[in-house]
Design a protein around this ligand. Structure first.
Ligand code: ZN
Length: 144
């Protein structure tokens, strides 16, 4: 019960004080927008990749507290990671939310606040939306 309270607190902190919020007008960032019709979450993510390292992440949009806080946690977690590592972390996060086995070395810290979302299947897409947007932004980066 106490852990659930802590996780809820982490989400609310990021919802109220989102990290890396606000897009930049810079062509060197790749950008991806995703919309979740079941909840109305609307998120755009930008990524700046140099030498296979994610140098910067920006996120903006509107949505529920799960989605917006998850965008903040995602940007904080993956900024500074190399692209391969980031993709592994993203997949492990999806696995945790789908109640599948996941790597505890990859899903750490504030990401764990979303572990309870698996019990609310309708909200899983809220939590994964920003991570999916970044995943797509990284793919676009690769193709360019
Ligand atoms: Zn939502």
């Amino acid at each position: 019960m106490e852990l659930k309270h802590l996780y809820r607190q982490i989400m609310m902190d990021h919802y109220k004080n989102p990290q890396n919020k606000g897009l930049v007008e810079d062509e060197s960032y790749s950008k991806f927008h995703l919309y979740n019709p079941s909840c109305g979450d609307d998120i755009t993510v930008q990524a700046l990749v140099e030498d296979n390292i994610i140098k910067d992440i920006k996120q903006d949009g509107k949505g529920c507290s799960i989605c917006c806080s998850s965008a903040s946690v995602m940007s904080q977690t993956l900024k500074g990671k190399n692209v391969n590592e980031a993709n592994e972390i993203i997949q492990s996060f999806y696995n945790m939310l789908m109640d599948q086995e996941f790597d505890n070395n990859l899903v750490q810290g504030e990401m764990l606040a979303y572990s309870g979302v698996k019990d609310f299947p309708a909200r899983i897409s809220c939590a994964t939306l920003p991570w999916k947007a970044l995943e797509q932004a990284l793919k676009e980066e690769e193709e360019n």
